[in-house]
Ligand binder design. Sequence first.
Ligand SMILES: [Mg+2]
Length: 140
Amino acid sequence: MPDDGPRSSLRVFFDVDDTLITWDGRLRPHAHDVFGALRSRNAELFLWSGTGRRWGVAHAYDLAEFVTECFAKPLSRHHERLAEHGVPFVPDFVVDDDADVVAAFGGTHVPAPLEPLEDDRELLRVISDFELRFRLGDST
Ligand SMILES: [Mg+2]
């Protein structure tokens, strides 16, 4: 995959099932806060899923304004199968309940949400992980 040259934004890919939404389709707490925080840190946000492009989830939960594009996600041989899934670049940071995907690209592993859902704070770790990974805020 060719390098696409200098760019100013970091590409963050969120898994959907058991990462952003529960098994029965409820949005995980703090999703809007985290998406907004990442966008304000100049990240470009993408959703990807082993079941295909999930614009329906983005629209259902008013997340579409934060999301640049949705992709299908390779479930194995993650790097080498990006192109065949139509993903045109390598994620800089991923958020996923599948530890293999996080191991492949780096990012935050989140366990599937537990009940009571309103107490779930796992997504909030994404902001500090993202800042640490890219050493944001060093100058302060
Ligand atoms: Mg998942």
